[in-house]
Structures are given as structure tokens and as C-alpha cells.
Design a protein around this ligand. Structure first.
Ligand SMILES: Cc1ncc(COP(=O)(O)O)c(C=O)c1O
Length: 391
């Protein structure tokens, strides 16, 4: 078996169907640390975003890198998404296997091995629509070497201005790509992606807004060059949760790739929004439930969640139920709560829920969402079948 077949077989075999529990359980009965998803809050976040984008005449192309869960992606499609984004080929493979039928892969492919996986995915799912970003002539050549003669793949040129991650900064490179795409019947030019991720977490709202609008306006040179060639640009996609209410003002944009809004996390909540010094336009739907398991002294209490339960690339987890109690990481399996005066109600054997510091990589640490329903009980769990899909 080739490595490609093995990889795809393994991902295709991942079960993504929700699992109903025989008996609903209280959060206190979950095996902590447990990733708890409040389904109603998540749905209301989804509906709010879908309605907002619709009201501004923009498409909704949510990013599945946040949730990694085909069940959630299909809910987003049902709410009118024009497609789902996947960060990588493997994430797209899981979404395809889970029944999502319109996927944009937002990272370029530049190796033959990865392009062959993509070709196999196109062969296996001829009825589905796949798009991929491309940002270099050599990346396009790799696709030309690997994609079968009968396939048809939509390509978007990824444009970078100041982020320095993926995307070309050169108008000439974009035009060269567009020309070569047009000369090859396996491909068609589907549009442009511009994602300014480094702006999403600027704390001050007006600064975030101005920088995002400035970034999009600098793209005009690219659009004008396309117009001079007489080229249509059907898709113009980008943006994220941090600029969801800013980028809708950009006429050129056709759809937004919002991801984190669905769950929210502490990193986002700590920013200012248009009308507040906290970004709480969307509700906190995702938490990690942890148990207090040890109390080495009166001023601290230890919970059973550390680096293996929470991403640690940004702020620390926060417990809304325990204002003033600070969480400090205490290794892979533990966190320590620093108790202030009058917080002695935190005792051993309790379960508390913490806002995730950064939702996407936190989700990647867990196998399931435990689905919390309005009766306060967990009724089901949804597999995070895109977990670990970083290739
Ligand atoms: C290319 C791309 N688009 C969209 C998003 C979604 O961003 P957010 O989670 O801030 O909404 C990301 C997140 O990293 C991304 O990498």
C-alpha cells in the first residue's frame, strides 16, 4: 500500500457520526478534562454570523480548522454556507469523508506527494466541489504533474501583503499563475484569497478595523491587473472573526472565512469590539470542564487539566464562574487555581468549566465534543474526526 493510500484510508475510516448516550449525564459525571460544547449557544453564534453576512450581501465560508468536525460543518452548510474552508489536505479529506461537499483548502500545496493525495481525493469524490489556493509557479507545476487529465480543480491565487505566511506579494506572479491556469483544462481560475491573520487579534477595535481595511485596499493593484486582462474574479475570500464586522464593508469581498466565532475563546474575548471593551458579540459556547483534584495549600487548588487539555500558545484558561481565580499551567496534566481571599468555596471534588485560551488548537487536543443541551445535561458526543489533521 502506498503512503497516500494508507493516509487516505485511515482518514476515510474515521467515524464522524454523533453518538447518543444511553442516559444523559451531568457535566460533573464526564471524564474530565472534557471538552463541553453548548449546542444552543453554538447554533445561535452560527445563525448570528450567517444572518450578519447575508444582511451585508456576503457569502459565508466558515473555516473548519476551528471545529474539525463534519457534523458541525454540515450544520454550517445547512445555514447557507457557500462552502467550508479546510486548512490542509488531510482536514479536507476528513470533511469529504464526513459528507461535506464544497471545500476550499486554504494552504497551498507544493509537494508532489501532497498533490497526489489531492488527486486521489478528486477521483474518489467526483461529485464534490474542491478548490485550492496556489501562490507560486512551482506549486502550480507540482499540481500539473500530479492531477489527472479528467479532473477539474478550482484554483484561487493566495495573496499576501504583510503577514508573511502564505501568498504571493507580486502582481506579476498572480498574472503568470492566472495565465498558466487558463492554459490547462484541468484547472480554472476561481478567484483570490487574502487572509490577514496577524490583524485578527489587534486589541484596539479602531486599529484592527483601519489595518484590515487598509490591507484590502492595497489589493486594488491586483484586482486592476486582472481587470486589464479582462479576467473575472468570481471568489474573493478572506477575513476572520476579528474583522467579521469590518470586512463586510469591502465591496470586492464575496465571502468571509470566519472560524472562531462559532465557539469563541479567551484570546478573542479579551479584545475590544465595536461597542465594548470586550469582544462578546458571540457567546462562549466551548469550555473545558476540569475537576479539582488536590489542594497542596489553602491558597491554591489543583485541577486535572494542563497542557494536554488546553492550548498554551496565548492567554491562560479563564473560569467565568470563579471571578478573580487565576489559572496557571502546572505541567501536562495539571493546572493550579490561585485562590484569592473569600474564594474558599472552591473545594476538592468539584467540576469547573474554563474558557479555552485559543479554541482551534485546544480542540485538536480532544477526541470528542460532549454536547450540552438546554436541560443542562450532556446527551451525546460528536467525534472530532479532523483531530491531528495537520498535513
Ligand atoms: C486562512 C484562514 N482563514 C480564516 C481563518 C479563521 O480565523 P478566525 O478563527 O479568526 O475566524 C483562519 C484562522 O487561522 C485562517 O488561517
Amino acid at each position: 500500500m502506498t503512503a497516500t493510500d494508507l493516509m487516505l484510508q485511515q482518514l476515510g475510516g474515521r467515524d464522524s457520526a454523533p453518538i447518543e448516550l444511553d442516559q444523559p449525564v451531568a457535566i460533573e459525571q464526564l471524564p474530565t478534562p472534557a471538552l463541553v460544547l453548548d449546542r444552543k449557544l453554538m447554533l445561535s453564534n452560527m445563525e448570528k454570523m450567517a444572518a450578519h453576512l447575508d444582511a451585508h450581501g456576503k457569502g459565508f465560508r466558515p473555516h473548519s480548522k476551528t471545529h474539525k468536525c463534519p457534523t458541525i460543518a454540515k450544520l454550517q452548510m445547512r445555514l447557507g454556507a457557500v462552502g467550508i474552508c479546510a486548512a490542509k489536505v488531510s482536514e479536507a479529506a476528513v470533511m469529504l469523508a464526513g459528507g461535506v461537499n464544497a471545500i476550499l483548502i486554504t494552504s497551498p500545496v507544493a509537494t508532489v506527494s501532497k498533490a497526489r493525495v489531492l488527486n486521489r481525493m478528486l477521483e474518489q469524490h467526483p461529485e464534490h466541489q474542491l478548490w485550492l489556493v496556489v501562490d507560486s509557479v512551482s506549486g502550480l507545476q507540482v499540481l500539473q504533474q500530479s492531477i489527472g487529465a479528467d479532473q477539474r480543480l478550482g484554483l484561487l491565487v493566495d495573496i499576501d501583503l504583510t503577514m508573511g505566511r502564505t501568498g504571493t506579494r507580486e502582481v506579476d506572479t498572480m498574472l503568470q499563475l492566472v495565465d498558466q491556469i487558463g492554459d490547462d483544462q484541468r484547472f480554472y481560475f476561481a478567484g483570490i484569497q487574502h487572509y490577514a491573520g496577524h490583524l485578527m487579534h489587534i486589541a484596539e477595535y479602531s486599529k484592527r478595523r483601519d489595518k484590515s481595511l487598509a490591507s484590502w485596499s492595497r489589493l486594488e493593484a491586483f484586482f486592476q491587473a486582472l481587470e486589464q486582462r479582462g479576467m473575472d474574479c468570481p471568489i474573493v475570500t478572506g477575513g476572520g472573526t476579528g474583522t467579521y464586522d469590518v470586512d463586510v464593508a469591502v465591496e470586492r469581498i464575496t465571502d468571509l472565512q470566519v472560524g472562531s466565532y462559532i465557539f469563541m475563546d479567551e484570546e478573542y474575548r479579551a479584545l475590544a469590539s465595536a461597542g465594548d471593551d470586550r469582544f462578546e458579540d458571540f457567546d462562549l459556547a466551548l469550555t473545558v470542564a476540569c475537576s479539582t483534584i488536590s489542594q497542596p495549600n489553602a491558597k491554591t487548588i489543583t485541577v486535572d487539566g494542563g497542557y494536554k487539555a488546553f492550548a498554551s500558545d496565548s492567554v491562560n484558561p479563564v473560569c467565568d464562574e470563579l471571578p478573580g481565580v487565576e489559572f496557571r499551567f502546572a505541567g501536562d496534566e495539571h493546572g493550579v487555581l490561585l485562590l484569592g481571599d473569600g474564594q474558599q468555596e472552591v473545594q476538592l471534588g468539584q467540576v469547573h468549566r474554563f474558557a479555552t485560551p485559543h479554541c482551534d488548537p485546544t480542540v485538536n487536543l480532544h477526541d470528542y465534543y460532549w454536547i450540552l443541551e438546554p436541560d443542562g445535561l450532556v446527551h451525546s458526543c460528536w467525534p472530532i474526526s479532523g483531530r491531528g489533521c495537520s498535513w
